[in-house]
Design a protein around this ligand. Structure first.
Ligand code: SAH
Ligand code: SF4
Ligand code: F3S
Length: 455
């Protein structure tokens, strides 16, 4: 059966399967690629075996992430070669596309299209070229015109949404590929963002997470075009949208936590008391080698001020262990920071040398077994802190935004102010509402609210 049973002349929609790797900006981009292709007859599918087109929206941040793409391509290849009549089109998008470009087609010649994160508004044209039999279509430009100007308005998919407000990075941390894969920092005009946000809210979105590789470096032109707005001003303007109940932003850089933004945490109740503020290392010497541009003392000061404004602020962070030259003392300093600050959630990684970045060429690379041992110690403590925080929520009442059906019948899942998943028995009509729920138990990956929650 087609989706248009009354119109036999209309071709059946083509099925688009998108796999997303990496950060939330890629999640946003994947949705936008689907939006761009929708008017050209593509409908998304969750079943790769059913697809007419596969897009891998890739991540280049660590070697493992980049290599995963090639193993996945190896798995997809038979879908194309073993059923040649089917005309499966394969595209590699995202940061591996940008970083490796034509080398991908060389290594995997069955790939039809390679594109970077800045050119996916051109997908219909790239697809048309590939369909005409132009092999290995490549588009890894950094176009002067921002892609956002060419994208259709996004469609809401439930009560929460991402909104990319800023892209790229000018900070050049010595370990990081992002300035090369995403290009220079660009902030979208505030008027466009307010319009996109209003549209999402009209579609039922209640929580928006503002995205950027350096989201708090946002400096977009103001709606009346006579000033530049920072993230604080944008947040205050978004908070004026009726029915937008929650605002978050990620990923922020400690260097860009300015006074205005910290004060917004005091003044804007919609701004959730959860902040992802990556510190990477607890050693000033390593931060310097990483070119992070701030000290540990400055990080503590920022946190102290934020907690002064929002005593319930919960913190999350990213850590890298085994950066070149990291000694036992440096690592001990990271552990000290973790113990002193306390994080409710965190991502921790072994340093992965990335081609073309300054740190990859640094002497004193740390042996793999030392990285492994340090990561294990760090993750043990971070897990302990995360579990302790979840446990401390038991017996409290948390405001939960109900976002969708849970795993079991009659169950709903939602999101606490601190980004914890919360399960509760309840009716589907509650989806999209914020309800105060009594937390009864902390499970491995979520909280369980008492059954006498919403009715
Ligand atoms: N813009 C954000 C981070 C984006 S990348 C910031 O400045 O904090 C996400 C995380 O990946 C980083 O915070 C860092 O912890 C990790 N990362 C980046 N490059 C890495 C590398 N070469 N090896 C290991 N982890 C890395
Ligand atoms: Fe990468 Fe540093 Fe930019 Fe973050 S701030 S994206 S870690 S270069
Ligand atoms: Fe990865 Fe690119 Fe995001 S390298 S982390 S997908 S910006």
């Amino acid at each position: 059966m087609t989706e248009h049973p009354t119109d036999p002349a209309r071709p059946a929609p083509k099925k688009l399967f998108i796999k997303t790797y990496g950060c939330q900006m890629n999640v946003y981009d994947s949705d936008r690629m689907a939006d761009v292709l929708a008017p050209h007859g593509f409908r998304t599918t969750d079943d790769v075996d059913d697809a007419d087109m596969v897009i891998l929206n890739t991540c280049h941040i660590r070697e493992k992430a980049a290599e995963k793409v090639f193993s996945d391509l190896g798995r997809i290849r038979p879908l194309k070669t073993e059923r040649p009549g089917r005309g499966l089109m394969i595209a590699v998008a995202g940061c591996v596309g940008q970083a490796e470009g034509a080398a991908i087609i060389k290594r995997a010649p069955f790939v039809d299209i390679v594109l970077g994160p800045q050119t996916y508004h051109r997908l219909p044209e790239l697809v048309a070229r590939a369909a005409r039999g132009e092999g290995g279509v490549l588009d890894t430009d950094f176009p002067a015109e921002p892609k956002f100007d060419f994208l259709p308005p996004p469609t809401a998919q439930g009560p929460t949404a991402f909104l990319s407000i800023q892209e790229g990075c000018d900070k050049f941390c010595t370990f990081c590929v992002v300035p090369y894969t995403r290009g220079a920092e660009y902030s979208r005009p505030a008027a466009d963002l307010l319009q996109e946000a209003r549209g999402l809210v009209a579609d039922g979105v209640r929580e928006i997470t503002l995205l950027g590789q350096n989201v708090n470096a946002y400096h977009g032109v103001s709606p009346d075009k006579d000033a530049t707005w920072g993230l604080a001003q944008l947040t205050r303007a978004l908070a004026d949208i009726p029915d937008l109940m929650r605002i978050r932003y990620t990923t922020s850089h400690p260097r860009d936590m300015d006074d205005a933004l910290m004060e917004a945490h005091r003044d804007v109740p919609q701004l959730m008391p959860f902040l992802h503020l990556p510190v990477q290392s607890g050693s000033d010497r390593i931060l310097e080698e990483m070119n992070r541009g701030h000290t540990i003392a400055a990080y503590y000061k920022t946190i102290e001020r934020l907690r002064g404004y929002r005593p319930d602020l919960a913190l999350s962070s990213d850590f890298i262990v085994g950066f070149p030259g990291e000694t036992d003392e440096d690592f001990a300093a990271t552990m000290k920071l973790v113990e002193e600050v306390g994080f409710v959630q965190a991502f921790s990684f072994k340093y992965s040398p990335r081609p073309g970045t300054p740190a990859a060429a640094m002497k004193k690379q740390v042996p793999e077994d030392v990285k492994d041992a340090r990561l294990q110690i760090l993750q043990k403590e971070l897990t302990r802190q995360w579990r302790a925080f979840n446990q401390a929520c038991v017996g409290k009442t948390l405001d939960v935004l109900l976002t969708g059906p849970g795993r079991d019948p009659g169950q709903l899942v939602g999101r606490s102010p601190y980004l914890q998943a919360v399960h509760v028995q309840g009716d589907h009509s509650l989806i999209g509402q914020v309800r105060p729920l009594a937390i009864a138990a902390a499970l491995t990956n979520s909280l369980l609210a008492a059954p006498d929650g919403p009715r």
